[in-house]
Design a protein around this ligand. Sequence first.
Ligand code: ATP
Ligand code: MG
Length: 656
Amino acid sequence: MSVQIDHLLNESRRFAPTPEFSAQSAASPELYADAQADRLGFWSAQSRELLHWHKPFTKTLDWTNPPFAKWFEDGELNVAYNCLDRHVLAGNGDRVALHFEGEPGDSRDITYAELTAEVKRATNVLIKLGVKAGDRVAIYLPMIPEAVISMLAVARLGAVHSVIFGGFSAESLRSRIDDANAVLVITADGGFRKGRVSALKPAVDAALQSGDSSVENVLVVKRTGQDVEWNDRDLWWHDELASVDAEHEAEAFPAENPLFILYTSGTTGAPKGILHTSGGYLTQNAFTHKNVFDLKPETDVYWCTADVGWITGHSYVVYGPLANGATQVLFEGTPDSPHPGRWWEIIEKYKVSILYTAPTAIRTFMKLGRQIPQKFDLTSLRVLGSVGEPINPEAWMWYREVIGGNITPVVDTWWQTETGAIMVSALPGVTETKPGAAQVAIPGIAIDVLDDDGTHVGHGNGGLLVVTEPWPAMLRGIWGDPERFKETYWDKFEGTTGAKGGPLYFAGDGARLDDDGDIWLLGRVDDVMNVSGHRLSTAEIESSLVAHPLTAEAAVVGASDEVTGQAVVAFVVIKFSQAETASHEDINAVLRAHVAQQIGAIARPREIFIVDELPKTRSGKIMRRLLRDVAEGREVGDTSTLADTSVMQIISQKMK
Ligand code: ATP
Ligand code: MG
């Protein structure tokens, strides 16, 4: 039986790199040629060039016990030294590492020398508190410099961090602390959010209330100055940092020393505790950060808007940029507070040249209208990146035109918590880009799209995205659960192997190869609909809806249907400028006809519901499984990782 996903949407716009851009770009076509000629040799050369190894490695990859990979196994390095000390030693201590922009408008520039000094002190505090290499430390902080400092201090010591997004509840915090047996929690009194103070420490107190946890101390950063309850295990960050020595010499650890545990976003179900290690992870992050964003550390100002609580924050706020000695913006707040132009104001203020954000943010700005960004000077921007969900071609075009002044390359980067670093992306200056497509595996990465039985789908067809060869930043497991690691990612294509004989990694995402062999992400395999025997992806129908001038955002799901097996049901958010003018009946008819006309009658939604907001995870991804519950009239499932649970209540009520 074929499970190929049908392809409906056609996108013919193309943007070739300008000769000026290509002449100066970090990436070049030789990268692909080198990786093609000798994949492991390519990664070992990149690793030696991009990182400082205290003890050079002699082996690149051990894949004798798949799916457990070892990269650069006999080498030794210190991850924090790579992100800090070596830049200072190279004479770049005065370069700004972080332009911190607080939510209330406070700001602070921190140079590499200053950041290194702070991390050294923080490391000495951890030592004083008895933290040793291999111990787990939970970090529950807002987007403030201390979050970055804490992560690097833990890494410097060879310990393992588990960052828990500051918006999570006491229960989520407790389950993650217990899962990892953390010995220390680093938190803050609170943080600022949308003009208000929000408390953090009470959640830690509640999480540890029962007293039977592995946590020995809680280190508390003073951010807001609000009143906090104090327990015997609590210590102030500033007191502790002042009490220790300023010097700390970084020790080398084996390349496979664990670096962190991080839980996935929970879009499809219960989050998984993903384990990453040091040498391979840092290699692929430094490589992709340099080449995918065309980083020039001497002149660029880079800004990734992700929270450090997510993988994008780990890889592209902390490890990739700092390993490369970049100057970046760290922003505590939200895009719309105190005014809807806050992001654009920050770009103008710091002359940001590289912006990396998510489609959900871009669509929100589209909903508000282009007049807001157009009030600001965005001409410093020269590369734009997207991550987290498929970016609809219309959102891609808007990003390029309105934010990028019709000139900047836009790179759509596909990857996951599990992959640790970017896997599929155009390279600016090299790739001719296509709106909505992630396009090509980065050099040294082997991607394929397969039918359910493991056959390559061929150009023009859709199927399942797989990684066919081990990669440096790959997950090394699910913390404490090797069986779940195998089952979730490696058992799907049992018996089908990559070129070097190992098993294939199943990503859980649908993808299509176009006639040029470029990759288009189609959404989660779990969300694929079956309408009258046609397998339809969410991404293409959503993109068609978003391409209509009325629509700002759309989510489609398959609901059971007596006639067609499943029917397409859409949930749409209407643009502000259009919301007043048309009736719901009109919008419904117009959009149904639009989808039928643009991609075919088979994809025409049976129903379209107009909603004010879509249910999203805290990392900004649409949670279609909840909408499917609504569309099929079921009780709505687990909403614990939703950013705003009231969204589902409002939608459910509307349906009744
Ligand atoms: P869970 O695995 O718990 O359901 P999650 O998959 O949302 O959570 P993440 O690791 O944060 O957790 O997200 C990775 C997923 O995000 C990918 O598998 C893919 O579905 C989606 N994604 C990321 N980048 C892109 C992109 N550029 N295009 C399309 N989809 C993307
Ligand atoms: Mg996932």
